[in-house]
Design a protein around this ligand. Structure first.
Ligand SMILES: O=P(O)(O)OP(=O)(O)OP(=O)(O)OC[C@H]1O[C@@H](n2cnc3c(O)ncnc32)[C@H](O)[C@@H]1O
Length: 168
């Protein structure tokens, strides 16, 4: 089977390859058509769905996966949130969200000023491309859960739902 992932981000590609280890996994640039920094569950989820549909349009995969990172308020505090979508050629959509953790106040303050989490994390950690590696979730969990680990769980949730509803 061939699967297309709507991103060139190595953490996202590795997560899909981990869950679909026996299959052909292709990566395609696919716009999320939401803000560069989604600010709610609804916007992040929509970004994942848009990326999956745009990936399916641009490549020859049988199914497509979109993975999108964002942030969301719970009361007045900002949490990291991530969403995934799996879409099929007959327009079935499966969605799932990832683990979420509270972001420290100093990170949240920068995000509220309009900065993107990827840039804020690089400055905070004094590293480059945190978003493509351990991610904010890796840094703030002492690297117990990396961004890839978190997306593996999301992709397992997507694959499992797709198998249950389409293959049983
Ligand atoms: O290449 P693409 O697929 O666009 O991956 P991305 O990481 O740049 O983009 P996302 O749409 O997943 O995330 C939206 C923004 O939030 C940032 N972001 C999300 N989760 C993050 C994490 O765990 N660590 C660092 N930055 C993160 C990301 O860098 C973007 O600025």
């Amino acid at each position: 089977m061939s699967i297309v992932i709507g991103s060139q981000n190595p953490a996202k590609i590795a997560a899909v390859k981990d869950v679909f280890a026996q299959d052909e996994v292709m990566a395609a640039d696919a716009p999320s058509q939401v803000s560069d920094q989604p600010f709610s569950d609804a916007e992040t989820r929509l970004g994942a769905i848009n990326r999956a549909f745009n990936a399916l349009k641009s490549a020859s995969g049988e199914i497509a996966i979109g993975l999108e990172g964002g942030i969301m308020y719970v009361d007045n505090e900002l949490y990291l949130c991530n969403w995934g979508a799996l879409v099929t050629r007959n327009n079935n959509i499966f969605t799932a969200s990832g683990a979420r953790i509270l972001l420290p106040v100093e990170i949240a303050d920068e995000l509220k000023k309009g900065m993107e989490l990827g840039d804020v994390m690089d400055a905070y950690a004094k590293k480059q491309d945190v978003r493509k590696k351990e991610g904010a979730i890796g840094i703030f969990t002492n690297e117990r859960i990396s961004r890839q680990d978190m997306f593996v769980h999301v992709v397992q949730l997507l694959r499992g739902q797709w198998e249950y509803w389409e293959e049983t």
